[in-house]
Write a protein that binds this ligand. Structure first.
Ligand SMILES: Nc1ncnc2c1ncn2[C@@H]1O[C@H](COP(=O)(O)OP(=O)(O)OP(=O)(O)O)[C@@H](O)[C@H]1O
Ligand SMILES: O=P(O)(O)OC[C@H]1O[C@H](OP(=O)(O)OP(=O)(O)O)[C@H](O)[C@@H]1O
Ligand SMILES: [Mg+2]
Length: 282
């Protein structure tokens, strides 16, 4: 049975459960459940703190887990990233009082507050910058400057709302672009069942990233239309009752949907329909 660690709380928890549910797995109904067997799929879920998941996976206590790339890097565990999962995207950035800093080198001799001291420490060493201290906080890091604990913070930034509310501004390059990732041990054999889990999760990622586009197009315009929607391998072209027209079906990136529909219309395609993909295996 494949042992899978899933975040029990925080911003990774709900989207991780949604993704596993979409991939056909059982998920808990009660947030107090700590272990959930799913014998039909030959897996067992362990609900753990997101920060601890890389540690358990690195030690081999569980086979794989879902955590954040930033948490993985901060954990010093031997677990490695196996598959990026496309949710909980964020950047990891330095910030200070608006207008007070504009370069990472200025952190030299200053105090940095963060919940990710390992990640921050190794980044600064790589830049040849020596802060006077790195203060580890559990959360609400943005408040550390106002409270006089630090001169600079390093934290997760998604929309930037929290920083703005605290009167802070990012500076320097992002330390990292993070998202939720599936992690596995770097040594040892691939655990049995990981291939199936990976294919299922990839199926969910594809179903989320692509839509199915159907349209009718005059035969003379099929080549032009197919060039706009080449699909993943090759689009399906089927005859229509009206022999001067063909029907085409292809996968299109969700983000490109409207641009592609406009371009198809321009070359003469009509009855352009877009459908969500419920599940897929490529
Ligand atoms: N606003 C956000 N947008 C995107 N990802 C986020 C955001 N806040 C945290 N994360 C990601 O969530 C993971 C941290 O999860 P964790 O549960 O430790 O903290 P949290 O979500 O802030 O929960 P809490 O602080 O309530 O315990 C990291 O991978 C981080 O990048
Ligand atoms: O850029 P934003 O969209 O504002 O999101 C980023 C904020 O979200 C997270 O905080 P969270 O709400 O989890 O609080 P915490 O600091 O107590 O963890 C993170 O630590 C940042 O503070
Ligand atoms: Mg938080």
């Amino acid at each position: 049975m494949l042992r899978i660690a899933v975040p029990n709380k925080g911003s990774l928890s709900e989207p991780a459960a949604d993704m596993l549910r979409e991939a056909g797995y059982r998920q808990r109904r009660d947030s107090r459940e700590l272990v959930l067997p799913d014998p039909d799929n030959d897996v067992e879920f362990f609900f753990l703190r997101p920060r601890d998941i890389a540690v358990y996976v690195g030690q081999g206590t569980v086979d794989v887990g879902i955590t954040g790339r930033d948490l993985l890097l901060d954990s010093e565990s031997s677990a490695t990233e196996h598959l990026p999962l496309g949710f909980a995207r964020s950047t990891f950035r330095f910030a200070a009082v608006a207008g007070s800093m504009d370069d990472v080198q200025q952190i030299d001799g200053r105090r940095v507050a963060t919940s990710y001291p390992v990640l921050v420490g190794s980044y600064l060493r790589g830049q040849g910058v020596a802060p006077s201290g790195v203060v580890r906080l559990d959360g609400a890091v943005e408040t550390a400057i106002r409270l006089g604990v630090a001169d600079v913070i390093a934290d997760v930034v998604e929309t930037g709302t929290t920083l703005r509310a605290a009167g802070l501004e990012i500076f320097g390059e992002p330390l990292l672009r993070s998202e939720a990732v599936l992690v596995r041990r770097s040594d040892g054999e691939e655990p049995a069942g990981l291939d199936v889990l990976t294919r299922r999760l990839q199926g969910v990622l594809t179903a989320r990233e692509y839509v199915l586009m159907d349209y009718d197009v005059p035969l003379a315009q099929v080549e032009a239309a197919v060039a706009i929607t080449p699909g993943l391998e090759s689009p399906t072209v089927s005859p229509l009752h009206n022999r001067d027209w063909a029907a085409v079906r292809a996968m299109v990136r969700r983000a490109d949907t409207n641009r592609v529909m406009d371009a198809l219309y321009e070359v003469g395609a009509r009855a352009i329909l877009v459908t969500s993909i419920h599940a897929c295996r490529l």
